[in-house]
Design a protein around this ligand. Sequence first.
Ligand code: PLP
Length: 362
Amino acid sequence: MGGTEQDFVKEAFDTNWIAPLGPNVNAFEKAIQEKLGEDIHVAALSSGTAAIHLGLELLGVGKGDEVICQSFTFSASANPISYLGATPVFVDSEVETWNMSPNLLRKAIETRIDAGKKPKAIIAVHLYGMPYKVTEIRKIADEFKIPVLEDSAEALGSTFNNIACGTFGDIGILSFNGNKIITTSGGGALVSKNKNHTDRAIFLATQARDEAPHYQHSNIGYNYRMSNVLAGIGRGQMQVLKDRVSARRANFLYYREHLEQFAEIEFLDEPVGYFSNRWLSCILTPSFETREQLRLALLEENVESRPLWKPLHLQPVFSDTPHFVDGTSETLFDRGLCLPSGSNLTSEELERIVTTIKTVLS
Ligand SMILES: *Cc1c(COP(=O)(O)O)cnc(C)c1O
């Protein structure tokens, strides 16, 4: 926490706004808008997953539809496709950003259209904070007139050509879960340049109540709005977002500086115009065996590290779904390791981690 979160939470208590609406929610949405851009509208929600669910519904996804989704991501990117009775079609990554491959995206769209099934939406993810190939993905989406849902859950504070991640999709989503770069303990947001989308999201997120003195409903609603207490935490967290991004980027630089002598360890560089919040610092090792050696050596030192996300086309729950892959995400999963990446890592801790890694590699 940054320090001022408790003041905003106290304000909620003092003013008795213990509800899923109130001044903290409005002020938190305003703070997010100030970060993302003047033309961006924001709906604060209960989670990033809820935001994806509502986002897909707003884009018209329903039963029997197909939705293209990046395979190399957390399961929450794709689960809401299934909530809606639709089917995910997974697309592999490219090596420059580890995100959705434009070539495979095109192939997936063309193949599914040939099969008589035009995808309803594309879910592209800025994984680990690294922006996806925004220009290329947008061009293909426009060519085929398929809307993009931009999963920016891990990329608050990242930019592409100085424009904030979260603002490139027809709809963008953010997460404020406890593990993200800033947090409300649990929370999320749906953002869009189209105010109809955020208005509709708020309507659906608050049980879809029609205007009437009694409770009247013409739509199935959800209970997905962010609470005013948690939005108070969010207001305080927005004040320290910049510091958090600096701290995470400093972790990455430290690892790279101290490990670049080992030619077999690879880092994901930022292509020109790409700015990553470096939510997690990841390395690529030469093999699955080295990856495991490193992970276990760190564990021995009481240091937790983790393999990269397991591609969703390999997950048992999605085993029957169509996918367009070329081995890129499978290799990343085999050989990649997320190193400790907290914003509060001390230099002693970083040194200890690097020393352990060096011992294994030499
Ligand atoms: C965390 C995360 C989500 C889900 O956000 P929640 O707020 O935890 O529901 C979705 N996509 C990605 C890529 C994430 O990392």
